[in-house]
Design a binder for this molecule. Structure first.
Ligand code: DXP
Ligand SMILES: NCC(=O)COP(=O)(O)O
Length: 239
């Protein structure tokens, strides 16, 4: 039974396209909560092309549910933002500056020492840490040695393969989730989850605590409205 954290990056993309404050990112986040979302996710990027750093402070001061901030902790500015705004959770994502969207998880073997240090820093401030990972049991095993609380499985390959062969698509995710459970790590997932592939994922992944969903959910809201869309995603995530 996973909780749904709505990623509102795309609301900010729309706002920024005209330079004003329409749509209002904070108002959208509060509406998501009112319609049942159990968390709000943002992924401020160094160029602030969608979520701006100021949005993060405004969200933290006003939302009632968990704030999850995603980003690359190798950027000094990101670390300062997280420490200053004190979200419930930080998700460490190894994206290069200017990348269009996330396309891989951390290599927790190669970067073990760095990840241990950064997890200790955030956890020392009472912030829950999750590390974004490809669905590879070796990466989960090594993540367990960093001190992280959770891992987030990067679901793009699941989403792409789902329509061809869903059993094959989900197999590495089940294997990774089992290793996470054995290691005592909490499990999150996200990227390209949608109304078609979410039910099967929630049904088959043991111990799934949270899904963060943005792109497809915000697109669906154009047709269905935000309230109905969130209701549908909640029904699939909390199976
Ligand atoms: C970490 C992750 O999975 C991404 O999906 C990300 O949060 C989305 O970022 P963009 O909205 O910038 O594509
Ligand atoms: N962590 C994944 C996320 O926040 C949203 O990804 P997407 O649904 O926008 O692909």
């Amino acid at each position: 039974m996973a909780r749904l954290s709505v990623n509102i990056n795309k609301i900010a993309t729309l706002r920024n396209s005209r330079g004003g404050n329409n749509p209002d990112v904070l108002q959208a986040a509060l509406a998501c909560e009112r319609f049942g979302a159990q968390g709000i996710t943002v992924h401020p990027r160094p160029d602030e092309r969608h979520i701006r750093y100021q949005d993060v402070y405004d969200l933290k001061a006003n939302i009632q549910t968990e704030l999850n901030i995603e980003g690359n902790s190798e950027e000094e500015k990101f670390v300062r933002l997280v420490l200053d705004s004190q979200p419930a959770q930080v998700t460490l994502v190894p994206d290069a500056a200017g990348q269009i969207t996330s396309n891989h998880g951390w290599d927790t073997i190669k970067h073990q020492a760095y990840l241990q240090d950064i997890c200790a820093l955030f956890k020392g401030e009472g912030i829950r840490v999750s590390i974004f990972l490809d669905a590879d049991p070796r990466m989960v095993e090594a993540a367990a040695r960093t001190g992280t609380d959770r891992v987030e499985l990067y679901t793009e390959s699941y989403a792409q393969e789902y329509h061809h062969d869903r059993e094959r698509a989900i197999a590495p995710y089940i294997a990774a989730a089992e290793v996470a459970q054995q290691a005592g790590l909490g499990l999150n997932a996200g990227h390209d989850l949608d109304l078609h592939n979410l039910r099967y994922f929630s049904q088959h992944i043991p111990g799934l605590l949270e899904v963060s969903i943005g792109h497809a959910l915000i697109a669906d809201a154009l047709y269905l409205g935000l309230e109905e869309t969130i209701k549908r995603y909640l029904a699939l995530a909390t199976i």
